[in-house]
Write a protein that binds this ligand. Structure first.
Ligand code: R5P
Length: 292
């Protein structure tokens, strides 16, 4: 029997409940409001003393200060270990200085988080130029992979699927998902020319005609990658694809754009979104229960 305490930051309450149920953990509550001057007030409604505390946060951009205050407070109240559970780990994409003067936010963010908590547990972080989170973070990191869950979903929902990764980076997910789904996979070539401008080139797909195209990607943000890939597939005679993403970031208007280009668009619940169809809560609960 575990005595872990799950504490959701604002916005993570629904997932926290799923996680606590899946793991048999206690679900605490964080009262949070703003003072009249806009500064944050936080109060923990649970006893974090002498036990591991899992702070849930998938929106570090808006919740970073709350994370800092909550982590410090539970430690001050006697928590034996503080883990940041970030089903979606933000600030992983600006991992290099592409233009002079740019802030390499991946590094800075990792350094700040490492100073706040003892551990990090996350799902499919966007590792591109870095190959492991430990290259950025100074704390033990547990990386979970959603590919088996996505592969099982595809095996259930698609008939004769062809798994398609929209760019070279996605091969790591596409290959594992396809193997699990018992399907072939291909990887497209992508060229990004701006935040919202993407060009996609297809290889020869003649041998796969008649299959259900299933686009898989780790993140849908502007949605341009999936929309452009879908268009390119239809230009080659495929019908509207299924789109499956791990992290449903979906910036303004993106979900509508992708939905219009797809037969169906689904995601895991690392970020709360109407497209969520695959839960990673049991996966994370299992990992937390087995932490050393
Ligand atoms: C790229 O490196 C990622 O794997 C995704 O393909 C990308 O983040 C998707 O972004 P968007 O939805 O803005 O095209």
């Amino acid at each position: 029997m575990t005595n872990r305490l799950v504490l959701p930051l604002p916005g993570s309450e629904v997932f926290a409940e799923r996680l606590a149920t899946a793991g048999g953990f206690e679900l605490g509550a964080l009262e949070s409001r703003r003072f009249p001057d806009g500064e944050r007030y936080l109060r923990i409604h649970a006893d974090p003393g002498d036990r591991p505390v899992d702070i849930l946060c998938s929106n570090a951009d808006e919740q970073f200060l709350s994370l800092a205050f909550a982590a410090d407070a539970v430690r001050d109240l006697g928590a034996s270990e503080v883990t940041l559970v970030a089903p979606y780990l933000g600030y992983m994409r600006q991992d290099a200085r592409f233009n002079p003067g740019e802030a390499v936010t991946s590094r800075t963010f990792a350094r700040l988080v490492s100073s706040l908590v003892d551990r990090l547990v996350t799902v499919d972080p966007h590792l591109h130029r870095f190959t492991a989170l430990e290259e950025l973070y100074d704390i033990p990191c547990t990386v979970l992979r959603s590919a088996p869950l996505i592969g099982d979903w595809i095996a259930r929902e698609a008939s004769a699927p062809l798994v398609i990764g929209p760019d070279a980076e996605s091969e790591q997910w596409a290959a594992e998902i396809a193997a699990r789904a018992g399907a072939p996979y291909v990887v497209l070539a992508k060229r990004r020319t701006g935040d919202r401008e993407v060009e996609v080139t297809l290889p020869d797909l003649a041998m796969h005609h008649g299959r259900q195209a299933v686009l898989v990607d780790d993140i849908a943000s502007s949605g341009r990658t999936l929309a452009a890939a879908s268009q390119a597939l239809r230009d080659r005679g495929f019908s509207f694809p299924l789109c499956v993403v791990v992290h449903a970031v979906f910036a303004e208007g993106a979900y509508a754009d992708v939905s219009a280009a797809a037969a169906r668009t689904v995601s895991t619940d690392t970020l709360a979104h109407e497209s969520n169809a695959i839960t990673v809560a049991p996966l994370i609960a299992g990992a937390l229960a087995n932490l050393p």
